[in-house]
Structure formats: structure tokens, C-alpha cells
Ligand binder design. Structure first.
Ligand code: NAP
Length: 460
């Protein structure tokens, strides 16, 4: 028995509404879980509606694909939080490959029987799909450290890269104007595959999260284009939502780093800075033990914890929760300062702290908390570096000059937990560490916070 077409359309409509609600709910920590459920339900409805499609004559291959997808997808969903950026990149690669394959089969199945509009959209679909496929694989490889992290640059690189893309676009334009030349089509698919690799080579590993967000946008746009080719309104809407949200996210990430989009894509950020390591060794710093840190924290009224990438790497969030409990029990007011690009992906700190059940109302955004640092007794920086670097405010020659930072240096005392004097993502020294009111707490974040908690509890 065939399901009436209007029921299928209603399923798609419900899926579309759920996708929109999902994005809205995911923008606030309190509703984020609903957002995930809405997205999952929307996707389930979209797949169910598609499976009911009257055009399907045989379910055998679909069943095989569903089983294969599940076998690959379930372990992919179980990776560590710190591996989520590369996992996301892999998902984009799969999505983009799918779009490219569908576009290619549509081209050969339909032969010359398509309008100019459909042919141009189809070309756009496969160009974006192909470059997103190899670009995302490269990005995942860099993040997983399977490929060299540092930017690889050569003279005239941007011209060569854009030239390669221009050739693919020119061929696409040619085939649209002069249809019926299927021998050109493989180049329209193949050249962007090369461009995807070339595009990522000059970008440093640490810029990959922004790039992945941009590739997300490309994958969305190619899916929307596929929607036009296949006449699927659901794909057009879902692809457009994906494309727009990926673009907004990339722009927000670039803004929070005070860098232009072109600087992320073409700036070869993350090349070794001559001044980074050398000068750092010479200047003296003051360090303290867990006992001393615990005593200072116990004596404080107001503490602001500043988490960063190091807390994520060390998986110290549960120990941080214990610290929060111990200090709160002693009557100390503890809040968490959240920088928009702390860690390696947007919302990284929010997710980790939520995982450790730290109340949402204790997480304060940068703009809101910055005015409070002068009245803060202790700013406890846990594995954060660049997002606290005062050079961003004062040193015009610094690569991060102008990036908004957390003004921890204005607190009465600053304590910084990190393992060494090594720089963070931007590869630059942090003058914060040499200030009179700064104490360095050298050690792994999880172990050091654990030691402070033991001291605090032992004192009872
Ligand atoms: P960061 O500047 O990269 O510094 C992290 C620090 O953590 C390092 O200095 C490291 O010092 C320390 N660390 C590493 N492992 C540790 C461990 N096990 N225990 C204790 N400390 C450890 O991190 P951030 O301050 O969070 O800043 C994020 C940076 O990433 C910014 O520059 C931002 O622009 C960039 N970024 C962020 C995003 C995003 O979406 N969030 C995207 C792209 C780029 P030691 O080696 O001495 O321990």
C-alpha cells in the first residue's frame, strides 16, 4: 500500500520545522538538549519520508546502505570531546561525497535532458561537493595530526589555488553554454578535488575549526543545490540552513579572534614565530605549590575560573567541579569566565562544564564578566593562554592584537595552571605570566586541580 503523497509532504514539513527549532534551541545552554533531540527527530522524519517515496522500486541497496552507515556512524559518535572537530570534518566529507556522487549520476542519467538552470546548479553542486570532500578529509587529517599541522606555503600559492578553481568554474560555464559534452564533466568533478587539497595545505592545523565551519557551509550549499536538481524542497531548506549557520559560525569565530576571513584562509597563521620561545626562558616567573594555591583560594571571597584548551586536553572538568564544590562550601563565590573561542571549537568550554554539572548560571560570557575582574580576588586560569594574553590589548605588533580577551590581569591575584612556559595556539609568549600579581602553577590541569581539592578538603 502506498502512503499518500500529502502525508510524505507533511512529514517533510514537520522535519523542516524541527530543523529550524533545533538550531534555535541549540543557541542557548539551557535548551541545547532539546535542540539535539529536535534535530534527531527531524532527521528521522526526513529519512522516513524519503523511504516512503513512491519512486523507490527496490529497498535492497537502501537497506545495505543503512546497515553500513550505522556500522560506521555509531563508533564515530563515541569519540572523545576533544576529537569532535575532526569527527565533524569526516561527516562533512561523507556528506559532500554523497552530494558529488548523486550529482554525477544525475548528470549521466539525464544526459542532455536538463534545463540550463538545472545544469548550472548541478555543476555548482559537484564543484562544492568535490572541494568539500577533499578539503574536509585534509582538515580531519590535520586535526588528528596524521598530516603536518603547520601551514605549507609557496610563492604565488593563492594565485595558483584560485586559478585551479577558476578553471573548474570556466569549464562548468562552458558546459552550461554548450551542453551535450559529457567528456568535460569529469574535469568539473576532478579539478575541485585537487582544489580542496590545495586550499587546506596553507592553513595551520589550529585554524581548522574555523575552516571546518566554513566547509560545513559549503556542504550545506551543495546539498541545497542538490535539492534544486532533485526537486526536493526539504533538501533546499535543510541545505540552506546548514549553509547559513556554518557561515555565521565561521564569521563569529573569526570575529572573536579579531581576524578577517581572508586572514584565516590565506594568512598561513600558526607558522613558527621567531620571538615565541626564545625570550620566554629568560624572564623570571613566580610559581606556587598546590598547598599555597589552596590557601590563597580559601582566603578569597570572589574567584573567577578561566577554563581553556588545556582543561579540555587534560579532561579536568570533573576535578574543576570538585574544586567549585569545595570552594562554594567554604563560602567563596565561584564563577566561570567563558571566552567565545576558548578551546578549539565554539561552545567547547560550555559543553565540558555542563558535562561536569556545573550550573549554567555560573558560566558568564566575556563581555559580562570583564568589568568584574578588578573586584575579583583570584582569577584561576586553567589551561587557557591566548584568551588571557594582555598583549592583545597593548602590543600592536602582536599577531593577536585587537582580539578581545578576558582581562584576568586586572584581578588582585592571577593563578595560571599549565605544564610549562610553552605558548598556546597562536604560538606567542604571554606577558601575563611575568606580572607581579601572577603565580604560575606548573602541572597537568587535572592533577593540579585534584591536588588543590585534596588540600582544601584536608583543611577541614
Ligand atoms: P591556548 O592558547 O591554545 O592555550 C592552551 C594552553 O593549555 C597551552 O598554553 C598549554 O600550555 C596548556 N595545556 C595543554 N595541555 C595541558 C594540560 N594537560 N594541563 C594543563 N595545561 C595544558 O588555549 P585557549 O586560551 O583556550 O585559546 C584558544 C585558542 O584557540 C585561541 O587562540 C583561539 O583563537 C584558537 N581557536 C579557537 C577556536 C574555537 O572555536 N574555540 C577555533 C579556532 C582557533 P602547556 O603546554 O604549557 O601546558
Amino acid at each position: 500500500m502506498q502512503v499518500p503523497q500529502h502525508i510524505i509532504e507533511l512529514t517533510y514539513l514537520a522535519a523542516t520545522a524541527l530543523f529550524i527549532l533545533s538550531l534555535k534551541w541549540m543557541s542557548a545552554p539551557t535548551t541545547a538538549r532539546h535542540g539535539v533531540w529536535a534535530g534527531e527527530l527531524g532527521m528521522l522524519l526526513a529519512i522516513a519520508g524519503t523511504l516512503l517515496n513512491h519512486g523507490i522500486v527496490d529497498y535492497k541497496w537502501i537497506a545495505i546502505a543503512l546497515v553500513l552507515g550505522t556500522i560506521i556512524g555509531v563508533p564515530l559518535g563515541m569519540v572523545q570531546m576533544t576529537a569532535v572537530p575532526q569527527r565533524t570534518a569526516l561527516s562533512h566529507a561523507f556528506g559532500a561525497l554523497c552530494v558529488t556522487l548523486v550529482g554525477t549520476s544525475e548528470f549521466y542519467l539525464r544526459g542532455g535532458e536538463v534545463s540550463r538552470f538545472t545544469l548550472s546548479v548541478l555543476c555548482m553542486e559537484v564543484i562544492l561537493g568535490s572541494l568539500t570532500f577533499t578539503g574536509s578529509l585534509m582538515a580531519a587529517g590535520k586535526l588528528q595530526e596524521m598530516l603536518p599541522q603547520r601551514p605549507i606555503t609557496f610563492k604565488g600559492q593563492n594565485i595558483v589555488n584560485l586559478g585551479v578553481l577558476a578553471v573548474a568554474i570556466a569549464l562548468a560555464a562552458y558546459i552550461v553554454i554548450h551542453p551535450g559534452q559529457p567528456h568535460i564533466f569529469p574535469f568539473i568533478v576532478g579539478i575541485p578535488l585537487l582544489f580542496g587539497v590545495l586550499m587546506i595545505i596553507p592553513i595551520g592545523g589550529a585554524d581548522m575549526p574555523t575552516v571546518i565551519s566554513l566547509l560545513n557551509s559549503y556542504a550545506g550549499l551543495s546539498a541545497a543545490a542538490m535539492g534544486f536538481v532533485l526537486g526536493s524542497k526539504l533538501l533546499i531548506v535543510a541545505g540552506a540552513l546548514d549553509g547559513a549557520s556554518g557561515l555565521i559560525l565561521s564569521v563569529n569565530m573569526s570575529k572573536a579572534m579579531n581576524r578577517s576571513f581572508s586572514n584565516v584562509l590565506f594568512g598561513a597563521f600558526g607558522q613558527v614565530q621567531a620571538s615565541a620561545a626564545g625570550g620566554a626562558e629568560a624572564k623570571p616567573v613566580r610559581s606556587a605549590t598546590p598547598e599555597e594555591a589552596a590557601a590563597i583560594l580559601s582566603a578569597a571571597n570572589k574567584v573567577v575560573v578561566v577554563p581553556g584548551y588545556g582543561m579540555a586536553v587534560a579532561q579536568a572538568q570533573h576535578k574543576v567541579r570538585e574544586l567549585y564544590d569545595a570552594l562554594t562550601k567554604k563560602g567563596v563565590e565561584v564563577r566561570f569566565a567563558i571566552h567565545p573561542v576558548a578551546g578549539r571549537m565554539p561552545g567547547h568550554m560550555n559543553v565540558l562544564l555542563a558535562e561536569a554539572d556545573i550550573p549554567y548560571d555560573r558560566l558568564i560570557e566575556m563581555e559580562e564578566i570583564n568589568g568584574d575582574f578588578p573586584q575579583t580576588d583570584v582569577a584561576l586560569v586553567i589551561g587557557a593562554n591566548d584568551v588571557t594574553n594582555p598583549a592583545a590589548r597593548s602590543d600592536q605588533s602582536s599577531p593577536i592584537f585587537g582580539m578581545p580577551i578576558l582581562d584576568v590581569d586586572k584581578a588582585h591575584t592571577v593563578m595560571v595552571i599549565k605544564r610549562s612556559m610553552n605558548p598556546g595556539f597562536a604560538g606567542i609568549d604571554n606577558p601575563l605570566y611575568y606580572l607581579d600579581n601572577t603565580l604560575m602553577l606548573f602541572g597537568d590541569a587535572k592533577q593540579f586541580v585534584g591536588a588543590i581539592v585534596r588540600e582544601l578538603s584536608g583543611g577541614h
